[in-house]
Design a binder for this molecule. Structure first.
Ligand SMILES: Nc1nc2c(c(=O)[nH]1)N[C@H]1C(S)=C(S)[C@@H](COP(=O)(O)O)O[C@H]1N2
Ligand SMILES: [Mo]
Length: 247
């Protein structure tokens, strides 16, 4: 990019520190069926409009729209013993080196991201409360990448309203796009300062202070953007649990 989009960077609440970014690679390798494998630095470029097409207005308004930030906790408040492993079908075996996160559906740039790609993206850490409907809660530190940064690169079409998350254990979930784009909704690969372990959702899971535990899918392999909420809405939702499940 010859000229830096200074204006947007200044207006955004996104704290990009250019010194953190890997040297900017120009583009992207096309992988397989039109899936875009992205080199970061390109993530930042995409976010500030450096990709070939500008961000669509809906995504831009969600990124720059002020959203209510949930207050976070100090490190001393973390409750490592209280986060109960809650998996409906055990822990799936995932080879983190072969792992890919697919972002597809109603998007202009479908993505296929390795853990290496994701770890080059801007890192965010937060200490929040995880709340399970089964009557327990735990204060947890999560580290990873803001989901909205990834969505922005995928360039959703203007009519996208919902996002489906598919997991390696067969779990599935759907969310409203506003909650997906919330700045504290992360795709996390770190828990309590350590690399995420398999039983807690490695290599990549959802973490957010605005949704109940069952919305926070572990072992996410595919994120699908859509304008339509289907009949199937989520593993627990389809058994009668509430869909929005906000905190
Ligand atoms: N893929 C998948 N994600 C999942 C679940 C699951 O069974 N499979 N359980 C959910 C529920 S009910 C809760 S409370 C949290 C628990 O996360 P933890 O096991 O890391 O404590 O994961 C959520 N995400
Ligand atoms: Mo839960």
């Amino acid at each position: 990019m010859s000229q830096e989009p200074e204006q947007k960077q200044q207006n955004s609440e996104i704290e990009f520190d250019d010194t953190d970014l890997v040297p900017r690679r120009r583009f992207l390798t096309l992988a397989g069926a039109g899936l875009l494998t992205i080199g970061f630095g390109s993530l930042a470029e995409g976010l500030v409009g450096g990709l070939s097409e500008p961000l669509n207005q809906q995504v831009e308004s969600l990124i720059f729209k002020p959203q209510q930030i949930v207050p976070e906790f100090p490190i001393s408040a973390i409750e490592p013993e209280k986060l109960i492993i809650n998996s409906f079908r055990g822990t799936p075996a995932i080879n983190p080196l072969a792992y890919r996160l697919t972002i597809d559906g109603e998007v202009n740039n479908p993505l296929s991201l390795s853990m290496g790609d994701l770890q080059k993206a801007p890192f965010t850490s937060m200490i929040i409360r995880h709340v399970c409907v089964e009557g327990w809660a735990a204060i947890v530190q999560w580290g990873g990448v803001r989901l909205r940064d990834l969505i922005a690169i995928a360039q959703p079409s203007a009519q996208v309203k919902y996002v489906y998350f598919y997991s390696a254990d067969g779990y599935y979930e759907s969310w409203d796009i506003d909650s997906v784009m919330h700045p504290q909704t992360l795709m996390a690969y770190q828990r309590n300062g350590q690399a995420l372990t398999p039983e807690y959702g490695a290599p990549l899971r959802l973490a957010s202070p605005i949704k109940l535990g069952y919305k926070l899918s572990k072992w996410v392999t595919r994120i699908q953007l859509t304008s339509v909420l289907g009949k199937k809405r989520g593993y627990w939702e389809d058994l009668g649990y509430e869909w929005y499940a906000g905190l």
